[in-house]
Design a protein around this ligand. Structure first.
Ligand SMILES: C[S@@+](CC[C@H](N)C(=O)[O-])C[C@H]1O[C@@H](n2cnc3c(N)ncnc32)[C@H](O)[C@@H]1O
Length: 244
C-alpha cells in the first residue's frame, strides 16, 4: 500500500513531541562530534524530516532514496538550497556518489526494516564512498537478537491481545536478520570499523534497534567498539516531549 505522506513523516516524531524536539534532543547529541563537515550523504530521507537540519551542517548534502515521490518532494522542499543534491536510487547502490567524497553518512528511521543483505550492500558502498577517516551514523535493526525467542513463536492471534494490553511489545516490522553484532562484522568486511553502538528500545521494552557509528579507517588494528545497551531510550523521548 502506498504511504500517505501528508504530514511528511512528522507523525513519527510523536513520542518526542515534534521532529525539532527529536532532532535537538535525541539525534543531534549523538552525532554532534561529526558536525559541521564538508560533505554529508543521507540515505533514505523520505520527505526530508532530517534533511531539513542536515543541510545546515555541511557545504554539500547528497540525499538518496529509492522512491521517486520522496525525492521529488525533497527537490521541491529544498529547491532554494543549491548545495542539496537529490537522487533516486535502486535501493541498494550509490553510483551517483563519487568515491572518497563523503565526510559523514547518515540514515535514521529508515534502514530498520531493511534486509541484512541490503544493509551490507550499503556498507560495501560506504567502504569506498566515505573519505578515509569519514564517519557514518546508521540506525538499523537489532531485532535478530529476538527473532528466534519463545515470544516470537507465539501465534499472532494469541500475541495480538497481549500486545494491545501492553504485556508484550511489538516488533515494529524490524528486520529479523540484522543485529548489532552482524552490523559490526559486515562493517569490518567492507573496510569500516564500528566506533560505537547504542542498542535501544523503540516504542517498547525490547532493544530492537541500534545506532551504529563507524569510520572508514586506514588503521590496521582499530580499537574495540564501545557498546551501550540503553533501555531508557523511550523514557528519554518522553522527557524530551515533556519539555517541548
Ligand atoms: C519511514 S521512512 C523515513 C524517512 C526519513 N528517514 C525520516 O525519518 O523521516 C523510510 C524511507 O526509507 C526509504 N527506503 C527504504 N528502504 C530503502 C532503501 N533500501 N534504499 C533507499 N531508500 C530506502 C523509503 O523510500 C522511505 O522514504
Amino acid at each position: 500500500m502506498k504511504y500517505d505522506w501528508k504530514d511528511a513523516g512528522e507523525e513519527w516524531s510523536a513520542p518526542w513531541g515534534t521532529s525539532s524536539a527529536q532532532w535537538f534532543g535525541a539525534i543531534l547529541p549523538r552525532i554532534r562530534d561529526y558536525l559541521p563537515t564538508e560533505t554529508i550523504l543521507e540515505i533514505a530521507p523520505g520527505f526530508g524530516r532530517w534533511t531539513h537540519y542536515l543541510k545546515d551542517y555541511c557545504r554539500e548534502l547528497w540525499i538518496v532514496d529509492r522512491v521517486d515521490e520522496c525525492i521529488e518532494a525533497c527537490r521541491q522542499r529544498f529547491a532554494v538550497y543549491s548545495h542539496v543534491h537529490c537522487y533516486v536510487n535502486d535501493g541498494r547502490s550509490l553510483p551517483m556518489i563519487p568515491d572518497d567524497s563523503i565526510d559523514f553518512a547518515f540514515s535514521f528511521d529508515s534502514l530498520v526494516h531493511t534486509k541484512g543483505e541490503v544493509v551490507e550492500l550499503y556498507l560495501r558502498e560506504l567502504g569506498t564512498k566515505l573519505k578515509i577517516g569519514g564517519k557514518g551514523f546508521i540506525h538499523h535493526s537489532n531485532f535478530g537478537e529476538y527473532a528466534n525467542s519463545l515470544r516470537e513463536r507465539i501465534p499472532r492471534a494469541l500475541a495480538k491481545p497481549l500486545i494491545k494490553a501492553k504485556i508484550f511489545d511489538w516488533a515494529h516490522h524490524r528486520s529479523p536478520d540484522m543485529t548489532a553484532e552482524l552490523f559490526r562484522v559486515l562493517s569490518a568486511k567492507h573496510g569500516l570499523h564500528c566506533l560505537s553502538q547504542e542498542i535501544v528500545n523503540w516504542r517498547g521494552r525490547r532493544l530492537i534497534d541500534c545506532f551504529s557509528i563507524f569510520t572508514r579507517s586506514a588503521a590496521p588494528e582499530p580499537g574495540p567498539t564501545r557498546i551501550i545497551r540503553n533501555r531508557n531510550f523511550m523514557r528519554e523521548a518522553a522527557k524530551i516531549r515533556a519539555k517541548s
